[in-house]
Design a protein around this ligand. Structure first.
Ligand SMILES: Cc1cc2nc3c(=O)[nH]c(=O)nc-3n(C[C@H](O)[C@H](O)[C@H](O)COP(=O)(O)OP(=O)(O)OC[C@H]3O[C@@H](n4cnc5c(N)ncnc54)[C@H](O)[C@@H]3O)c2cc1C
Length: 424
């Protein structure tokens, strides 16, 4: 069904997590205030919710048991205020009210008890329908014009025609997985309305390594590493977690979380170095002492079997060969030069990063509309009265673990509640 020259109280643009939440909260606030208002939720995609469905490996990691501003990058003062307005506890209760019970996993991540992302998407859509939100897929917005002669409201030009709305909530997401509909066009809409957009780069993205190393032969192997990122020689990040070797390079939680430091630095034209310490918590000196004890206690044990006590054997073999040490050498026979090369590679391995894996594989966007241009109590634009911005379009990205969805729910809550007439 297409809509022509219709008038709405609120038009929400983008039916992802943030747009669905904002629609529900604004419709609920109107119901509570005993006001009727027409809300339309427009999305360019033919079927909505693609990103919710693929999230969390198809299980949707809805939020995390503890969410603080330090789990995000962006203006942390503003992020803290936004998160405080709609906490994890509120999110859990809200989902329960939608019929979605959440369970906590060991890592602190919260998932629906059904282990199905579809449960989350269907509950959000169902609640929109109950509240009378008109969901319009296949309505891609290409222009938003403030209606100056009436001193308020907007004309929204979309692929099926034009509609009028008193208020607009822009929830068009970022650039990750462009085929889902989030192709970055929302930034152009925001720009044309007068907003700035900081440089956008892929975040939570796997990294492609130069073909000079052994990642292909280790494809599928994962193990713990301490990963350090240096930009212009200064340490900007250090984190420990699971690294997954793949046919193209490296992935896994620690790599995904660290990737934004590489992409941001690279985008700024800086020298970025990423190192791995595979002997977590040990310096090269400490590792050397350990090796010397091994050489005394088990002098004939091979280098491979010796290191296999600390790291996966397949990795030990690949790394030994990479630094030109024969893995079969008896540990006590290892020439000092070779030993030092191997110890350096084990504790400060320079990952030869060629590029990130790009928008088709990034889970989120770093950069976007600056949070300083938004009133964090309402998510209303400070530049365009009546315009609200929510979700990933804003310059805020969270680490892996449900934080990006929590940002979508919290910003959707604030805008939804503020946009309804009963709150004015
Ligand atoms: C593979 C993957 C797994 C993920 N897993 C998790 C997870 O488990 N937990 C977590 O917290 N986060 C996860 N994320 C991140 C999370 O999905 C996003 O941060 C979140 O979906 C952003 O929500 P949003 O509503 O702001 O944007 P989006 O979900 O991107 O929604 C934006 C919507 O706007 C529409 N749109 C765009 N432009 C227009 C236009 N011009 N006109 C009309 N409509 C338009 C798009 O079609 C889209 O439906 C994952 C992301 C990916 C890619």
């Amino acid at each position: 069904m297409s809509i022509q020259n219709d008038r709405y109280d609120i038009a929400v643009i983008g039916a992802g997590a943030a747009g669905l939440a904002a629609s529900i909260f604004s419709a609920e606030a109107a119901t509570k205030g005993d006001r009727s208002q027409r809300i339309v939720l427009l999305d360019g995609a033919k079927t909505i919710g693609a990103k919710i469905l693929v999230s969390g490996g198809g299980r949707c990691n809805v939020t995390h048991e503890v969410v603080t501003s330090t789990d995000f990058f962006g203006n942390r003062h503003i992020i803290k205020n936004v998160l405080a307005a709609f906490s994890v506890e509120q999110a859990v209760k809200w989902f329960a009210s939608l019929g979605v019970e959440l369970k906590r996993e060991e890592t602190g991540k919260l998932f629906p008890v059904t282990d199905k992302a579809r449960t989350v998407l269907l509950a959000l859509i169902e609640r929109c329908r109950e509240l009378g939100v008109e969901i319009q897929p296949n309505h891609r917005v290409d222009k938003i014009e403030p209606v100056t002669d009436h001193n308020h409201g907007f004309s929204i030009h979309h692929s099926q025609g034009v509609l009028q709305a008193r208020k607009v909530i822009l929830a068009t997401g970022g650039r990750s997985i462009p085929k889902s509909g989030s192709d970055g066009f929302g930034y152009s809409l925001a720009r044309r309305l007068g907003h700035h957009v900081t440089a956008t780069v892929p975040a939570l993205v796997p990294l492609i390594l130069e073909d000079t190393i052994f990642h292909k032969q280790l494809s599928g192997l994962s193990h713990e590493v301490e990963m350090t990122t240096m930009v212009k020689g200064r340490k900007v990040d250090c984190r420990t977690g699971s690294l997954l070797w793949t046919h193209f390079g490296i992935s896994g939680p620690v790599v995904m979380d660290a990737s934004r430091f590489w992409t941001v630095g690279h985008e700024q034209g800086e020298t970025v170095e990423v190192y791995g310490n595979f002997l977590i918590g040990q310096t090269q000196e400490q590792a050397k002492s350990w090796l010397m004890v091994q050489a005394m206690d088990n002098p004939r044990r091979s280098l491979l079997k010796t290191w296999a006590q600390q790291i996966p054997e397949r990795f030990a073999e690949a790394l030994c060969s990479h630094v030109e040490c024969d893995p079969k050498t008896a540990v006590a026979q290892l020439p000092r030069k070779n030993r030092d090369r191997l110890l350096a590679a084990l504790t400060k391995f320079p990952f030869p990063i060629d590029q990130d894996r790009g928008w088709n594989y990034a889970e989120v966007t770093a950069g976007g509309v600056p949070l300083e241009e938004i009133d964090f109590r309402t998510m209303e634009s400070k530049l365009v009265p009546g315009l609200y911005l929510v979700g990933e379009i804003l310059d805020c990205d969270g680490r892996i673990g449900g934080f990006n969805f929590q940002w979508a729910w919290s910003t959707g809550f604030l805008a939804g509640r503020a946009v309804t007439p009963c709150n004015q």
